[in-house]
Design a protein around this ligand. Sequence first.
Ligand SMILES: Nc1ncnc2c1ncn2[C@@H]1O[C@H](COP(=O)(O)OP(=O)(O)OP(=O)(O)O)[C@@H](O)[C@H]1O
Ligand SMILES: Nc1ncnc2c1ncn2[C@@H]1O[C@H](COP(=O)(O)OP(=O)(O)OP(=O)(O)O)[C@@H](O)[C@H]1O
Lengths: 218, 218
Amino acid sequence: KKSFAVIGVGRFGLALIEELVNLGADVLVIDRNIEKIDKVAKLVTNAVCLDSTDVDALREVGIANYDTVVVATGINVDNSIMTTLILKDLGIQDVYVKVQSEYHARVVEKLGVDQDHLIWPEQSTGRRIAKILVSGNFLEFIELDQQYSFVTVTAAKKIIGKHLLELEIRSRFGVNIVAVRRNEKIMIPSSTTPFETNDEVLLVGSNVNIEKFIQWLN
Amino acid sequence: KKSFAVIGVGRFGLALIEELVNLGADVLVIDRNIEKIDKVAKLVTNAVCLDSTDVDALREVGIANYDTVVVATGINVDNSIMTTLILKDLGIQDVYVKVQSEYHARVVEKLGVDQDHLIWPEQSTGRRIAKILVSGNFLEFIELDQQYSFVTVTAAKKIIGKHLLELEIRSRFGVNIVAVRRNEKIMIPSSTTPFETNDEVLLVGSNVNIEKFIQWLN
Ligand SMILES: Nc1ncnc2c1ncn2[C@@H]1O[C@H](COP(=O)(O)OP(=O)(O)OP(=O)(O)O)[C@@H](O)[C@H]1O
Ligand SMILES: Nc1ncnc2c1ncn2[C@@H]1O[C@H](COP(=O)(O)OP(=O)(O)OP(=O)(O)O)[C@@H](O)[C@H]1O
């Protein structure tokens, strides 16, 4: 069973915490505001009211025992930076940080947090909504990791009546058509099954390649 | 070619605008801050400095001609609510609104914006990051439906050194190899990429076919 510590119960932090709990993970929550702790106390394994810039308090709560720590404190960038520094000093490998700005991100990277451990809720949602709006009928968008995603698009004229072998989508775009939902039923298209109107096509690929494919499709 | 209007060049708005442009869409950008307009002027079809709570200015810029309008102004909730009201009065069907809070969302819904047109960057990113963190072992949480599943198997002798084209897995077993995790990195195998020892292979198919494939593999 995976164990996570989340520092900061803002809108991002709260959603992260609730979903981790739904997925069966063990969660320690830290926030310096007691009302936030009260809000999540019933849901989680452990919820502690403390200031994450207080290294002794963090040590005391055993933060170094956690596989992954997410720094989800917000507007006060100094808080976030100092907390990150402390976590790295305590030897925690897997630290994710929600960042506010380029400056915030660059400092945190210098402290040893990889680029793919930076979280940009506004920017990543902006990109994601753009894909939803252009591809017309967005049914699912699941990230495999920060660079690869699952996307569902509605079959457009360009592919209706054609099949995978003639479209050569994998070699042309580097995206993989995983499954098709047709009339509410899911099927794995063979390479010679032609696409039909209203088919919902589930595909996976890097975000860049998905972009190119969606552009071509529309 | 799809046409969009985006009101507000915050972090979300800017990422949305840039991605829409990458996907080949026509974009009108509105912001009352001239520096924001200068920031995007070169990228987009049209960028106008005006206050979106000024109905005459909005009418004048022809906002009613746009398929979709996204209200991406932020912290000032009243601004966002008033802008939404104006857009609905001007008869715009497809309005998306980035919301700050439950209160903000409820008011905007009463103005005729559907629940699925509300955008919650922090909350939706929190949920998504939770899935990425927990599925660190490759997406066991994805359910396609009751009969199809995603499964991860470790590459066995039967496929190591061979690639998809020669193995013909899709036509022989009806399962689809979606992605491969190799040394912690995710990749979409081309039909001529040979599998390697320790590859984690993510596949999808009906439970029956997955069973047959796993049996054959081992
Ligand atoms: N040093 C700290 N120690 C513990 N908790 C902190 C600290 N600094 C901030 N927090 C907590 O982090 C939470 C989120 O902070 P804040 O609301 O500033 O972020 P935000 O970026 O607006 O969040 P979101 O965008 O996710 O809604 C708050 O509940 C706050 O109490
Ligand atoms: N009434 C308005 N008319 C036009 N532009 C506006 C109006 N109100 C706000 N804006 C613009 O919207 C942009 C985003 O606003 P703000 O920075 O408050 O949002 P935010 O929620 O912090 O954004 P994000 O979270 O996406 O970074 C700003 O560039 C601002 O100038």
